[in-house]
Design a protein around this ligand. Structure first.
Ligand code: GLC
Length: 419
């Protein structure tokens, strides 16, 4: 066996150990310390990772995630299974009022896409998929009813997008009035370097938006109508389109009824055009209160590929942004005034997002790019380990270490290089 194959085997073992080490009994935390609870899309990706060596455990992950589903159908972005004082804002701040305490917002619905992949890994688990199916369908229906406006999928809090502090949200955040916010103590900056995290002003605004939702008893319609932040998000939108397609495919496989999905897809596919900003020739976030575009090119736009919504103009941007860096797709345009190479979603490369974009690139015939993306992601992990995210220029590992979704996509995708 050559040295490269040996190294791959060692990394496979390490990645499995990270998933098992972050297992808290039926659910995984994204990383010990910084994120001590169950996060929605992290968990879905963890399930995909588990499916490479323990399919039963993969289904359990998706099941515990859906165990936090609200009566409305929403699956929350964080489930607080056991209180941990190392994280802020915890269950006492969110006050969800649910049996299993949770946050009051959701996150991108990658779960159906991951469930489909887990089912493909071993079709003999069809019963588990069948039991999960109505929950996923109810969640997607909730999106259509409570987050889609004028055909565009919206986020009511930057955290809902999963790309917390990306520059896409700046125009919406600028309008959030933080006067009168009570004092609070952040915990994230005691786990990792503050220069890699959102700023204090951003945090004040996050908590103000959260406070509005809590004050409204988390009523989705009040939040959509009057909340301090409402923006259409290309990332959420294309992930939802993809998830609907995957759910419909699963339904066909399982003999379940998914007849509502076709209409949803028509609404969403037409709606995507409302996020096309001709001025920058890209999909762009939009402030729903003013109609204004963010004028930001970010990784949300590149998720268009997983929904089969690529365009030549987007290809040109992808090439330009990518050629400016060394490791994978940066989370914002390196030529943009907002680009910061180490600050979280304002520039860094996120391996799991590369994995999703690569699926879309491959399926749309952009095979060489898909392989390049895999190679660059694998290089960063080989050289620097399973970090939360990476500086796209020099590969510095940033944020938390031994990260669940980085380990998961190593096992499923990045570590699967054939050349
Ligand atoms: C941060 C990320 C979000 C992720 C969470 C846990 O909030 O922005 O996408 O789900 O951390 O890893």
């Amino acid at each position: 066996m050559n040295a490269m194959a040996d190294a791959t085997k060692e990394l496979d073992a390490r990645a499995q150990a990270i998933l098992c080490g972050n297992d808290r009994g039926g659910y995984t935390v994204p990383t010990a310390g910084l994120y001590p609870y169950q996060w929605n899309w992290d968990s879905a990706l963890a399930a995909w990772g588990f499916s490479t060596f323990d399919v039963d455990r993969a289904w359990t992950e998706l099941e515990t995630l859906c165990s936090g589903q609200w009566d409305s159908g929403m699956v929350p972005h964080i489930l607080f299974h056991k209180t941990d004082p190392g994280y802020f804002p915890g269950p006492d701040v969110w006050q969800s009022g649910t049996a299993l305490p949770s946050s009051g917002i959701t996150q991108p619905p990658v779960a159906a896409s991951m469930a489909r992949l887990v089912l493909e890994a071993d079709p003999s688990f069809a019963d588990r998929a069948r039991a999960l199916f109505p929950k996923l369908l109810a969640w997607h229906r909730w999106f259509m009813q409570h987050r889609v406006r004028d055909g565009m999928t919206c986020v009511t809090h930057p955290w809902e997008s999963g790309r917390d502090n990306c520059p896409d949200w700046d125009i919406g955040m600028n309008g959030v009035d933080v006067t009168g916010i009570p004092p609070y103590e952040r915990r994230d900056t005691s786990h990792v370097d503050a220069s890699m995290r959102p700023t204090k002003l951003e945090y004040d605004r996050y908590l103000t938006i959260l406070g509005f939702g809590r004050g409204a008893g988390w009523d989705a319609e009040t939040i959509m109508a009057d909340g301090p932040f409402l923006m259409a998000d290309p990332g959420m939108h294309f992930i939802l389109i993809r998830a609907n397609d995957d759910l419909a495919a699963m339904a066909a496989e399982l003999g379940e009824d998914a007849s509502d999905i076709a209409d949803w897809q028509t609404v969403l596919r037409n709606g995507a055009e409302g996020m096309w900003n001709a001025e920058i020739a890209a999909y762009d976030a939009r402030d729903m209160r003013t109609g204004q575009f963010a004028n930001v090119l970010g990784s949300g736009a590149f998720t268009a590929y997983i929904a089969g919504a690529g365009k030549p103009e987007l290809d040109a941007h992808l090439e330009r942004c990518w050629d400016k860096v060394r490791y994978g797709i940066p989370s914002s345009d390196p030529d943009g005034p907002y680009f910061e190479q180490k600050r979280y979603w304002r520039g860094p490369m996120w391996p799991f997002l590369n994995a999703l974009i690569a699926i879309g690139l491959k399926e749309s015939g952009r095979t060489e790019q898909a392989e390049r993306l895999r190679h660059e992601t694998a290089e960063a992990i080989r050289q620097k380990g399973f970090a939360e995210y990476f500086d796209p220029l020099d590969g510095t590992p940033c944020g938390g270490q031994d990260f669940t979704w980085t380990a998961a996509i190593w096992l499923t995708w990045a570590g699967q290089e054939t050349t």
